[in-house]
Write a protein that binds this ligand. Structure first.
Ligand code: PLP
Length: 406
């Protein structure tokens, strides 16, 4: 049995340090916004080289707080990716605003900056169909999916041109780099999740927001504390969203190992790549115009499409932290069933893109508005990857997949 992720192996390797750190909080009986939270915020600030780091209750709240800090309100629009976890768009909708889903690049799984530009220039079919007043579009949330950053340079250029805020959804990407810059420090805000399965995972929920601008950092800080400053004097209608002191104590221990862990994930990904290359089953994929009808889709049959390092490529001064190692195959569901039967962990992130989710059906999207997201949702499958995974296990997974494919 090879699991998708083995958190127990990780805990065993750092048990004493983590237990001591939790006990320190228990001894202090200081559970809300105590020293452990302040220390962890400082450590993340150093790690990411951000201007400000503010802990909060989850990655979902980090997104919500960032949107609240820039006064997103009902009737506003925010551009984001259709191929992400629901929370990215959920945060927009919770404020009464409306997500605009712009398709992803088929090779990186991240939002396509060129398509954002075409949309804002009113030239894309989607722009013509939705007819959104441009002055109502307030921000872009690029998502750094699977541990690789979206192409931030063109996104920042477009944001400057159209006067839009940029909120990086870095929930899956702490420690990843694009042109030498850290995830979460290029846009106005960076939103991180410490959900247990993340590369830096807490023992419960947790999140953090990095903020560039001093005034917005101050406002975000107040918003996470019911909008009060000083206590019981409410400047804004905020929320209760703080990073738990016990979680911060756990995360401080884990942060020290994060680079080592990310390096090992990166190594495992490259080992998978070379094993699949050796199997002769690898194919390139250049996108497809027929993905809505998967049966006639041009996706190469019987072949594996490997994840591409784009912004994460070392020659681009990038780093991919491989939160997920995700390959693509035409018969994805068949492969998933086969791996289940072989007791090899696998997961589909994400089987339904957001633009065609039932809860967004009133927004007027059709599947073909984001064809690359639809294709990814039908072909992507994530394989076991975690720092403690042994080379032998990686070889076994690759061998079984090659057996199935051929
Ligand atoms: C891309 C993305 N955005 C947002 C979130 C939300 O984070 P959380 O689960 O901590 O609320 C997640 C994590 O699950 C995520 O993967």
């Amino acid at each position: 049995m090879i699991p998708l992720l083995d958190l127990q192996a990780q805990y065993r390797s750092i048990k004493k340090e983590v237990d001591d750190s939790i006990h320190k909080v228990l001894d202090s009986q200081y559970f809300i916004m105590g020293e452990s939270v302040k220390d962890f915020e400082k450590e993340v600030n150093r790690y990411t080289k951000a201007n400000h780091s503010l802990g909060c209750a989850s990655g979902s709240d980090a997104l919500l707080l960032a949107l609240m800090a820039i006064d997103i309100e009902p009737g506003d629009y925010v551009i984001t990716s259709p191929f992400t976890f629901f929370a990215t768009a959920g945060a927009i909708s919770r404020l009464g605003a409306i997500p605009i889903f712009i398709d992803i690049e088929h090779h990186s799984f991240n939002i396509d900056p060129e398509k954002i530009r075409e949309f804002l220039e009113g030239e894309s079919d989607l722009a013509k169909k939705l007819q959104i007043p441009i002055e109502k579009i307030k921000a872009i949330i690029p998502v750094h999916l699977y541990g690789q950053m979206a192409d931030m340079d063109p996104i920042m250029e477009i944001a400057k041109e159209y006067d839009l805020f940029v909120i990086e959804d870095a929930a899956q990407s702490i420690g990843s780099k694009c042109k030498g810059k850290d995830a979460g420090t290029i846009g106005d805000f960076g939103c991180f999740s410490f959900f247990p399965s993340k590369n830096l995972g807490a023992y419960g929920d947790g999140g953090l927001i990095t903020v560039k601008n001093d005034a917005l950092a101050e406002k975000t800080n107040i918003l996470r504390l019911h909008g009060a400053k000083p206590k019981y004097h409410h400047k804004y209608v905020g929320i209760n969203s703080r990073l738990d002191a016990i979680q911060a104590a756990v995360l401080s221990v884990k942060l020290k190992y994060l680079n080592e862990w990310s390096q090992r994930r990166n190594e495992i990904a490259h080992l998978y790549n070379s094993l699949f290359q050796e199997s002769g089953l690898v194919s390139e994929y250049e996108g497809c115009s027929e993905c809505e009808s998967h049966s006639s889709c041009e996706f190469p049959d019987g072949k594996i499409v490997l994840p591409k390092e784009t912004t994460g490529a070392p020659e681009e001064n990038g780093f991919h932290i491989y939160h997920q190692y995700t390959v693509r195959v035409k018969n994805r569901d068949g492969l998933s069933e086969f791996l289940d039967s072989e007791k090899i962990g696998n997961a589909v992130y994400y089987p339904v893109p957001l633009h065609i989710q039932e809860c967004f059906s009133d927004l007027g999207y059709a599947a073909e508005d984001c064809p690359n997201a639809v294709c990814a949702s039908r072909t992507a499958i994530s394989l076991p990857i975690f720092p403690e995974l042994a080379d032998e296990q990686v070889k076994e997974v690759a061998r079984k997949i090659s057996q199935f494919m051929s």
